[in-house]
Design a protein around this ligand. Structure first.
Ligand code: 5AD
Length: 357
């Protein structure tokens, strides 16, 4: 799909055409990644964060009770994921230096020794030595949204770490390339409707996903958090501003599917925050093929408040039972096994054995 076509879809405001795009993306999803919806057990292992992102409720300056789960608590969640039949555990956190290289490595070894789970890490921008050590310890995948491919906009909303070299214009795009070289299944993505994000810029983001050849894509609408600078400030909205709506985010899910047909694409929590279960199901019907139910204890979930309204309080078993019914109602099946990204599998497929005459 060329850039003018992407832009035309992004600027379109006409429900009938949206439905047509959704159907096209759904057909591409069925043909390339099949009908299974993979469930990933999500555990938000720490809400400490060293960064000062202007959009995020976990930003360092915010007064918020902080927690860091212990290995035994995390292992309990891993056991729970296995009991519920999930093939993957996702360990997510703020950018927390307290999650040391050794702690995470040992945790990975323990999870891998005790369960057959694939493990996805989503721990922010970490030194390469950490990422390499964790890969060696058994981590399978890494999620790192680039948030926006526009380096200037990124710098405004996601101030660089003080020690970052000025030459590092977009640290996350650089890290994503490195993660791929380390052999991780690699996931990128962006927020839709960041104040200051134009349709041109969002088209760049979509093209960046294709150029990076990502294996997973996480995206959702920007949700203003009143206790952050971007939730408070009158947003610098220009004439080409992307709306931060569920509708727009879903259009972007469909375009992402068309551009990256073999990627795993979750229907994300931000979509469910704006649109409820209906919104989450709608994304599954227009390109998405993954859902990440939260397995962390409710007392922690409450504190992982990236944006308001994010945390559900229903228990994991209830959420799981409802999800299975909804997936069935969509005419889909629940994925079994680790559910690796078909894009990664294609890249890592053994070359066909040479025929011996
Ligand atoms: N609204 C929507 N998404 C957000 N994220 C962080 N803050 C917000 C917000 N206010 C997303 C970012 C981050 C992911 C963990 O959550 O994309 O990478």
């Amino acid at each position: 799909m060329d850039r003018p076509t992407i832009l035309a879809w992004l600027r379109r405001r006409d429900p009938e055409r949206w439905a047509a795009l959704g159907r096209e993306a759904d057909a591409v999803r069925a043909a390339h990644v099949g009908d299974a919806v993979h469930l990933r057990g999500l555990v938000e292992i720490s809400n400490h964060c060293a960064r000062t992102c202007l959009y995020c409720g976990l930003r360092a300056q915010r007064a918020l009770p902080r927690y860091r789960m212990g290995s035994e608590e995390i292992l309990d969640c891993a056991r729970r994921a296995e009991e519920l039949g999930y093939g993957t555990l996702v360990l997510q956190a703020g950018e927390d230096p307290g999650l040391t290289r050794a702690f995470v490595s040992e945790l990975l070894l323990a999870i891998k020794a005790e369960t057959p789970l694939a493990v996805t890490l989503s721990l922010g921008e970490r030194p390469e030595a950490d990422l390499a050590a964790w890969r060696d310890a058994g981590a399978d995948r890494y999620l790192l949204r680039f948030e926006t491919s526009d380096s200037d906009l990124l710098r405004q909303i996601h101030p660089p770490r003080p020690e970052a070299p000025a030459s590092d214009v977009h640290p996350r795009l650089a890290l994503l390339r490195r993660l791929r070289e380390l052999g991780y299944e690699t996931g990128g993505g962006m927020m839709v409707g960041i104040p200051g994000q134009t349709h041109e810029s969002l088209a760049d983001d979509l093209q960046a996903l294709a150029a990076l050849d990502v294996d997973m894509i996480g995206l959702g609408p920007f949700v203003a958090h009143p206790e952050t600078p971007l939730g408070l400030a009158a947003a610098p909205v220009g004439p080409d501003q992307v709306p931060a709506t569920e509708r727009m985010a879903r259009t972007v899910v469909s375009l992402a599917r068309l551009l990256c047909p073999w990627a795993n694409i979750p229907s994300t929590t931000a979509l469910a925050t704006l649109g409820g279960a209906v919104g989450q199901d709608a994304a599954l019907a227009c390109g998405a093929n993954v859902v990440m139910p939260n397995l962390a204890p409710a007392r922690y979930r409450r504190l992982y408040e990236i944006y308001p309204g994010k945390s559900g309080q229903a228990g994991a078993a209830t959420v799981d039972a409802l999800l299975r019914l909804r997936i069935e109602a969509l005419g889909r099946t629940v994925g079994v096994g680790p559910g690796a990204s078909p894009n990664w599998l294609r890249r890592h497929a053994a070359p066909p054995a040479k025929e011996t005459p």
